[in-house]
Design a protein. Structure first.
Lengths: 295, 380, 292
């Protein structure tokens, strides 16, 4: 029983990272219509920025976390304005944006490799919430609590933003039809900029926490999050934040539980088969709205 | 007086041509090096490259190959990608100053490059791939010290000293070499009566090992053995210690470079592994000189990878030295395939058996609290 | 003359990879020409590649004779994929095909008898550069004939506006299925050619790299004509090699930067039939000068 609970918590913490990443990735896909291959690099760079803030500037963990989050957001903003903005005027569509994102992925990944000296770095001991809490016989790493908490905050916050504020409505309107939204009084440029920043910031948060949890800050950090986050977006439905979050956490739990109780070598296979199953049987995901093609 | 001087001069004159015969013609000889300095295993790739660079400098400066004969390195980056590696190898083969080539950490990449070297009739000396059976006379040799046999000896020793009743194994499920090593160690331990409590699979690209560690801890093993590449191995050890696993952890040579100690810190206690070379335990003069020179040039201690890269350059140089006059690629391949003992090595004795390098000793070590490698078990 | 021979020796393998990547790009183009963005070429290439390689390994026949088998394998898989996926809407189709790529790797890892599992599969047979070029020319000719046939017109119509095409009597689903089968055949052949060029198939050979390479090639070269796929493959394959020769210290960053610049300045691709046609219209001629 103890093992089951411990693994359940492990799964939830891991899934929280996937969920936060998926929220950002899905936001970009739903609102901006871009399948962003470079999204994982925002997470890697946020972790590197947080590490720099801790090691070189001696900032305490909450501030370093903030530094990482802002770094992720700013990076996403820069990529969007340099890479995707010129394409918007020319209607290159999803594919043009995909190639641009691949180009940025290559650039940012190699720069991250240079920045870390091709190594996997870790936070200096004592600078992060790495204490092990004891709930009776159950071990709970402190960072897992932080991850789960962060995920709940982010999901709740984004949901409130998207569904209950004017700005959220503006974001959804731009995602649906930018011209119509502009006619309705929305400034699409502002919405795009804000969306890009938010997406980068949430991925950055996932990246910093992943870097702390795994003690592994490197250019490979974003890659793993990317694939699982993508799966979470598909399973959860890309236009609903709650769906992405639930799917992310479920994927994390499923991964850990199938490794524990079924077979650890088929772990990824189970995730992807589930992914494919959803795509075939319920493409809009758990919570997505049925999309109708505009004639 | 002049008679004696004349006799001495005559003897010297006799010796001089013999000396000249054991040396290649003056000139620039290059090794085409397919580097892996970026990509997932760059930390190892850079070490191999630095080791080779140091050796090439020493060889050129000391005239080891012959007077006026210099050894250089022509590098092309492959990023551990087979397609890029193929193009890199063809690029260096096309360079007429390149007399031999060297490559590969990953065995699939080595598998792709072998046929090209053989059909282009140029020597290929492998610096890092650990798959057995790669060498193929006369063109393909390997300076990798194969880790497999030492793993079994290490596991046995650990079991003899700590006498565990149960053991848990971690293995990288997508790396065939590690799967085989784990299986061999497992057989040995089971024959000694150590029950297998669990086998936990991880993937080489994984970053989170809390769940895997929890899985292993759930069966309460007395000893844990880890068979995975560096990032997963370090992650597993960290996660196990964070969950209060106090028993012995048997690792492998990927845990030996200095940056690993920096990452593990206090978690490195009672983590033991076999290695073929250690900067802090080197005994031979050549080894000590190597450590000192490497420290001076690169501001860091050499690790097992640097030693292998260093051996590649000296191996090729030894082949060049034995060819009188102007060496050709095929001639060098013949010469290399005849070498059975490395003249200048840092291990305290390195043999070449059927094209594969071997050392006699296995050092079983663990990290001391100060960050130096010391024999295990440490004298109490 | 010697310099030319050296240059050729150094870069002949790059030309080989250009041909292989051109096959993948043509496969992606085949689906895209009917308006479907699909990464599933990776799966077709894996299936065709492993089956073709195993055929040669088990029976020892000439690799070129085994190529049709690889093509058929790819085409068969593509037909099945088409049945399952074509009813999905655009975005979902792309995501589903991407998921298929991920699943391909898991299948390759676990189907050890066919693929050699984690070991990989050694394929000690090669195909000459001349044969590769001839095969590509044959493929290009086939695509040319298709584009000027009924199928070509139908695919353009379906891509532009499926609803209108349907009202004109074409069945979009059928046209797209044909496109998938062509895509599968070309992809399967490409997979086997990759096996013969690398001479070793690892689990990572048929993975995200190929998916991104072929989409980048199609978009760079121009996704509105099959020539674009070939041009794009040439540019995308040659670019890293050029960067390695020019700026080896930052070759990866330079590669990405070059891609980015191309996308910013020529977003419709290097070969754009529409832009070329516009340049040839009488309006342009009249504005050109007194010779009109």
């Amino acid at each position: 029983m103890q093992l089951f609970i411990e693994q359940l918590i492990n799964g939830c913490a891991l899934g929280s990272l996937y969920a936060m990443f998926a929220v950002g990735f899905g936001l970009v896909f739903a609102t901006l219509g871009i399948l962003n291959a470079a999204h994982g690099t925002y997470a890697s760079w946020a972790a590197i920025a947080a590490l720099y803030a801790t090691e070189q500037m001696g900032l305490p963990f909450p501030l370093a976390l903030l530094a990482g989050v802002i770094a992720g957001g700013v990076l996403a903003l820069v990529v969007d304005q340099i890479g995707f903005q010129p394409l918007r005027g020319r209607g290159a569509g999803m594919m043009g944006a995909l190639i641009t994102s691949i180009a940025f992925w290559i650039i940012l990944d190699s720069l991250a490799g240079l920045a870390t000296g091709q190594q996997s770095l870790s936070f200096p001991p004592g600078t992060t919430p790495s204490r092990m809490l004891h709930l009776g016989p159950i071990l709970l790493p402190g960072i897992q609590l932080v991850s789960i908490g962060a995920m709940l905050l982010v999901t709740l916050g984004m949901h409130m933003l998207m569904r209950h504020t004017r700005f959220g409505s503006a974001m959804r309107a731009v995602g649906w039809n930018g011209t119509a939204a502009a006619l309705g009084g929305v400034n699409p440029r502002m919405v795009v900029v804000a969306t890009a920043f938010l997406a980068g910031a949430t991925s950055g948060l996932a990246g910093v926490l992943a870097g702390v949890a795994t003690q592994n800050v490197s250019f490979a950090l974003g890659q793993g999050l990317m694939l699982k986050g993508f799966a979470a977006v598909v399973v959860g439905g890309y236009d609903d934040v709650r769906g992405a979050a639930v799917a992310g956490v479920s994927l994390g739990v499923l991964e850990v539980m199938s490794a524990q109780y079924l077979s650890s070598s088929l772990r990824d296979g189970i995730t992807y088969v589930l992914l494919l199953g959803f795509l075939l049987l319920r493409p809009r995901g758990l919570f997505g709205r049925a999309a109708f093609v505009r004639a | 007086m002049s008679g004696k001087l004349g006799a001495v001069l005559a003897v010297m004159a006799l010796l001089a041509p013999a000396g000249a015969a054991l040396a290649a013609e003056p000139g620039d000889y290059n090794i085409g090096f397919v580097t892996e300095n970026t990509g997932p295993i760059a930390f190892a790739g850079l070490s191999y490259w630095h080791g080779a660079q140091l050796a090439a400098e020493e060889i050129s400066a000391s005239g080891y190959i012959g007077k006026g004969a210099k050894l250089g390195l022509v590098d092309k980056e492959s990023g551990s990608d087979p397609a890029r590696a193929i193009q890199a190898l063809r690029g260096v083969i096309a360079d007429r100053t390149v007399i031999a080539t060297s490559c590969c950490i990953l065995s699939p990449v080595a598998g792709s490059l072998k046929p090209i070297a053989i059909s282009s009739k140029i020597p290929l000396v492998i610096f890092g791939a650990t798959a057995p059976g790669l060498p193929q006379a006369p063109f393909v040799q390997s300076m990798t010290i194969l880790p497999g046999p030492k793993d079994v000896a290490t596991a046995k020793r650990a079991a003899e000293v700590t006498k565990p009743k149960t053991a848990a194994y971690f293995v990288a499920a997508d790396n065939d070499a590690f799967k085989a090593r784990m299986a061999a160690a497992q057989r040995e331990l089971e024959a000694m009566g150590v029950k297998t409590a669990a086998v936990v699979s991880v993937l080489s690209a994984d970053t989170d090992f809390t769940a895997a560690a929890t899985q292993a801890m759930g069966v309460k093993p007395d000893m844990v053995l880890v068979y995975a590449t560096q990032t997963p191995a370090v992650g597993i050890v960290t996660a196990l210690r964070a969950r209060d696993f106090g028993g012995t952890i048997v690792g492998n040579d990927v845990l030996s470079p200095d940056p690993v100690f920096k990452k593990l810190g206090p978690a490195s206690k009672d983590v033991m592994f076999p290695i073929s070379f250690s900067a802090s335990m080197v005994k031979s003069d050549a080894g000590k000189a190597f450590v000192a020179a490497y420290r001076k040039s690169f501001n860091a201690d050499p690790d097992i990878y640097s030693a292998q890269g260093y051996a590649v350059a000296y191996f090729i140089a030894q082949g060049l030295k034995s060819i009188p006059g102007k060496p050709t690629r095929e001639g060098l391949a013949e010469a290399l395939s005849k070498i059975t003992v490395l003249e200048h090595d840092v291990y305290g004795g390195e043999r070449i058996v059927e094209g594969q390098a071997e050392t006699a000793d296995t050092l079983i070590v663990s990290w001391s609290p100060e960050g130096k490698l010391a024999p295990w078990p440490s004298a109490q | 003359m010697e310099a030319l021979a050296d240059f050729w020796a150094a870069y002949q393998s790059t030309l080989g990879f250009v041909v292989v990547n051109a096959f993948f790009a043509l496969s992606a183009y085949a689906a895209l020409s009917t308006g479907v963005l699909s990464f599933a070429t990776v799966a077709y290439a894996a299936f065709g590649g492993f089956i073709g390689a195993q055929l040669v390994l088990q029976t020892g026949i000439d690799p070129l004779l085994a190529l049709p088998a690889a093509g058929l394998a790819g085409a068969g898989l593509a037909y099945a994929v088409g049945l399952l996926f074509l009813r999905l809407e655009g975005h979902w189709m792309a995501l589903a095909s991407l998921a298929l790529v991920l699943i391909t790797r898991v299948v390759v890892l676990n189907a050890a008898t066919l693929t050699g599992g984690v070991n990989g599969l050694s394929v000690p047979y090669e195909v000459s550069l001349g044969a590769l070029v001839v095969l590509l020319l044959i493929a290009m000719f086939a695509f040319h004939r298709l584009s000027v046939s009924w199928y070509g017109i139908a695919s353009r119509a379906v891509r532009e506006d499926p609803a209108v095409a349907a009202s004109l009597g074409m069945v979009p689903r059928r046209v797209q299925t044909i496109a998938f089968v062509i895509s599968g055949a070309v992809g399967g052949i490409g997979g086997m050619l990759l096996a013969l060029t690398l001479q070793f198939l690892a689990p990572d050979t048929f993975f995200i790299n190929i998916a991104f390479t072929m989409i980048a090639a199609v978009v760079l070269g121009g996704s509105y004509h099959w020539v674009g796929a070939v041009i794009g493959a040439a540019v995308f394959t040659a670019l890293p090699v050029v960067m390695q020769a020019l700026v080896p210290a930052i070759q990866d960053v330079a590669n990405g930067a070059a891609l980015l610049l191309i996308m910013i300045f020529v977003p419709r691709g290097l070969f754009d039939p529409r832009a070329l046609a516009l340049r040839r219209t009488p309006v342009a001629k009249a504005a050109g000068g007194p010779h009109a």
